[in-house]
Write a protein that binds this ligand. Structure first.
Ligand code: TPP
Ligand code: MG
Length: 380
């Protein structure tokens, strides 16, 4: 099964993503893209170079984190390689006053909002229960590993923004909006649909940003969705667009427009057409369920190479790009050194923060874990 066959299947035009930059970095200029280019014009060459820098930094961080997991320093790692283009556009489109509800793969967005590499790593090292305090990370909420739960949390939060009168004044620089990030697989969860119902009904200032990376672990997105996700969202009453998720400029333009409409009471849905270039997590082996040809075809659409070609065409020197690579490598190796030097994570937090007062069951579970860990004689 590859394409939807149901009556009412969308036409080819509806499934063509908005694209401003071709995979080789040339601009796509047509009547259809003109208005989107106008939005992207807000990004100066320096901005575009900085966006490239954030992508390079995130990729390097991602690679080092994967190595640390293989060395036994992290319990798990969730790579975002290949999805940096969708994320960097969205990150730059969000405004300072916005609140962001991520899944677990939004490393670039987290870093962009001021979460540190170490804070992200600490979750996967088991050193921290939640991750960070969203009040200190410019509205970046904590990662949500339970699929689509935050589709509801974010919708409820956005309804609260509306009830508080913190949106809808017409001033995009002040009105608040909310973004929720989840994947193509999460879109099958009931929570995701309920979020859409309530967002539409309450005209909540929210944009759902769905990275369709083609896979939910080993299940291809076309098997879960007989109809394009963005087109489905329209049936719930949301404005929706399909964007080339490996095109940072298109991701920026579409997210900016959707978010600014959401602030005025028109919730939106963006399906970003992208690809998870790596494994689902370090516990996954994608060679078991997908072909190397498929992976290769997406490597040719790497969002970093695309933006690099674009900024070069704008006159940015190779040396500036090389400098970003060096800086990213330094930051990631500093992070790596700190992790290698860190004490092994203490697991007490998972028990201590369940209830405000000590609870006999938690006390017993904590004792059992301590006993289990002690059985390794310090080798665990
Ligand atoms: C409620 C729930 N069910 C199942 C899982 C196990 N699980 C973790 S990730 C995942 C697939 C998610 O796929 P998608 O939404 O496409 O996001 P991606 O990982 O591709 O970014 C599943 C089923 C979970 N974490 N939570
Ligand atoms: Mg997916």
């Amino acid at each position: 099964m590859t394409a939807p066959t149901a009556t009412g299947a969308p036409s080819a035009a509806e499934t063509e993503p908005i694209r401003l930059l071709d995979p080789d970095g040339t601009l796509v200029e047509s009547d259809a893209t003109a208005a989107w280019h106008e939005l992207a014009a807000e990004l100066s060459t320096a901005d575009r170079l900085a966006m490239h820098g954030e992508m390079v930094r995130t990729r390097r961080f991602d690679i080092e984190a994967g190595h640390l997991q293989r060395q036994g320093k992290l319990g798990l790692w969730v790579p975002s390689i290949g999805q940096e283009g969708a994320q960097v556009g969205a990150a730059w489109a969000a405004r300072e006053q916005d609140t962001i509800f991520p899944s677990y793969r939004e490393h670039l967005i987290a870093l962009h909002r001021g979460v540190t590499m170490d804070q992200i790593i600490d979750i996967f090292r088991g050193a921290r229960h939640g991750g960070w305090n969203p009040l200190e990370t410019r509205g970046m909420r904590i990662y949500s590993l339970v699929i689509a739960t935050h589709a509801l949390h974010s919708t409820g939060f956005a309804m609260g923004v509306r009830f508080d009168g913190a949106c809808g004044t017409g001033d995009a620089t002040r009105d608040e909006a909310v973004m929720a990030f989840y994947g193509d697989g999460a879109a099958s969860q009931g929570d995701a649909s309920e979020g859409l119902v309530f967002a539409a009904r309450y005209e909540a200032p929210i944009v759902f940003f769905v990275q369709n990376n083609k896979w939910a672990i080993s299940v291809p997105s076309h098997r879960q969705s007989r109809f394009p996700l963005h087109a489905r969202a329209r049936g719930f009453g949301l404005d929706a667009e399909l964007v080339d998720g490996n095109d940072p400029l298109a991701s920026f333009a579409v997210t900016r427009r959707m978010l600014d409409a959401a602030r005025q009471g028109a919730p939106g849905y963006i399906e970003a057409d992208t690809y998870r270039m790596g494994a689902h997590t370090t516990s996954d082996d994608p060679t078991r369920y997908r072909s190397s040809e498929e992976e290769e075809s997406w490597r040719r659409r790497d969002p970093i190479a695309r933006l690099a070609a674009h900024v070069r065409a704008l006159g940015v020197e190779d040396a500036a790009l090389a400098e970003q690579e060096h800086e990213a490598a330094d930051l990631a190796s500093d992070m790596r050194r700190r992790v290698l030097e860190a004490e092994a994570a203490v697991s007490d937090d998972i028990f201590d923060h369940v209830y405000s007062d000590p609870h006999p069951l938690m006390v017993e579970q904590k004792r059992q874990l301590a006993e289990f860990e002690a059985s390794f004689g310090g080798e665990a």
